[in-house]
Design a protein around this ligand. Structure first.
Ligand SMILES: *Cc1c(COP(=O)(O)O)cnc(C)c1O
Length: 410
């Protein structure tokens, strides 16, 4: 494709104006919104206001007057339409890892006669660690049945209490069959828990329609909530009143400021809260979610698929004789919003790209990952990024010693 064709696509792009709602640095093509979303333009002003006025002037009265106390619920309600949930089924709190533990432990308690959790052999590591930790800490009677993706269906039998999976593979970007696997869980009487960290905010996630029981997701990826933003918890309404979690603290209590000596769970998903929210991070996330107002997720998905397809075809057309190999499903509809390639020198190549202002990331053993945030990326960005990659490979520029030095975060 010619660059001018991408310029035409940008002019015709109904989502193009949303780029103005972000601060994307000059000279940077940001292909890592799947790890840390870009900064929405409203957030710095909002955070300054929170710090200077709400904290500085309002002090503790801001819990009431500025509505801090209600921010987990309000933020959850803003996330809900992005994941096909009702406003009162979602709450923003803690991190994905912490919430996973709470939900796994709570789910196992709901089906005490069952002893098996089914997950994927190479699910996201934190998810695997938490599943195992929950089993170990809950008396050691549960086991994690880790199976290959193709064997998931057959592994879901009547011993299974919980099917816990990630919607999008963080390496290959392959999209799992959320409705189908949720149905398989329900058919044997098991609960389903989905980690939608890599799908919330970038593709339609239909938790309600699929009948998903529990879900967690990330605030700092496609929701653009900022580094370490709170995560969210989804609890199906029908299940919420029976659900209990292991870190029952005062913010999950039905009446936190009654200071009762015994715990009474709050209504619905409020009981997924534990302690005092991280107000600064939470209000940054709440503000960031403003960019989704009036945005149709189906349109975001269409652009995400188109950007991914453009990148794959341009990379393959221009890096033909390198040993770059597509590690993602070729069909855009079968992927999340990132595309990965194998290359033996993947780490160094990514560093050389970053030095040129094209920011992707690397995942072991050999994956170059490029994420497409459709709210702030242009077709021309994707075209330019593919050319930069071709140039890094053709010139051998990646082989400089500094690009081989591994940093703590890859
Ligand atoms: C990003 C991500 C996480 C991150 O968990 P944190 O607790 O925020 O560090 C967990 N699971 C999946 C599938 C992810 O993509």
């Amino acid at each position: 494709m010619e660059r001018s064709q991408c310029e035409a696509l940008d002019r015709a792009d109904p989502l193009a104006p949303l780029r103005q709602r972000f601060r994307v640095p000059q000279g940077v093509i940001y292909l890592d919104g799947n790890s840390l979303g870009a900064l929405p333009a409203d957030v710095p002003g909002r955070i300054a206001q929170v710090v200077e006025q709400e904290w500085g002037e309002g002090l503790i009265t801001s819990w009431n007057r500025a509505g801090w106390v209600d921010a987990p619920r309000r933020t959850g309600a803003r996330i809900a339409p992005l994941i096909g949930a009702q406003a009162d089924e979602v709450i923003a709190t803690d991190g994905v890892t912490i919430n996973l533990f709470k939900l796994v432990a709570g789910a196992l308690r709901l089906l005490p006669e069952r002893r098996v959790i089914v997950t994927e052999l190479d699910n996201f590591p934190t998810d695997l660690y938490v599943l195992q930790a929950a089993c170990d800490w809950l008396g050691g009677e549960h086991t994690v049945r880790r199976v290959a993706r193709k064997e998931l269906e057959s592994a879901i039998d009547r011993d299974v209490a919980l099917v816990a999976l990630s919607h999008v593979d963080y390496r290959s970007s392959e999209l799992l069959d959320l409705p189908g696997l949720t149905r398989s869980a329900r058919d044997v009487g098991a609960l389903s828990l989905w980690d939608v960290s890599h799908s919330a905010g970038v593709l339609p996630v239909e938790l309600g329609a699929a009948g998903v029981d529990l879900a967690v997701g990330c605030g700092y990826k496609y929701l653009n909530g900022g580094p370490g933003a709170p995560a969210f918890v989804y609890l199906k309404r029908e299940l919420a009143e029976r659900f209990r979690q292991p870190i029952e603290g005062w913010f999950g209590h039905a009446d936190p400021f009654a200071f009762e000596l015994d715990y009474r769970p709050g209504p619905g998903v409020q009981r997924a809260l534990s302690g005092t929210p991280n107000v600064l991070s939470l209000l940054a996330l709440e503000s960031a979610l403003g960019v989704f107002e009036g945005v149709e997720i189906a349109a975001v998905r269409r652009k995400s698929v188109a950007l991914g397809e453009l990148f794959v075809s341009e990379v393959e057309a221009n890096c033909g004789d390198s040993s770059l190999e597509l590690a993602s499903p070729r069909r855009g509809e079968a992927r999340g919003s990132h595309v990965s390639f194998h290359h033996e020198h993947g780490y160094a190549i990514v560093q050389a790209l970053i030095a040129r202002g094209v920011i992707g990331d690397f995942r072991p053993p050999d994956l170059l990952r490029f994420g497409f945030g459709p709210l702030y990326l242009r077709y021309t960005d994707v075209w330019d990024a593919a050319r930069a990659l071709a140039d890094v490979l053709a010139t051998g520029d990646w082989d400089r010693p500094e690009y081989h030095r591994r940093a703590a975060v890859t």
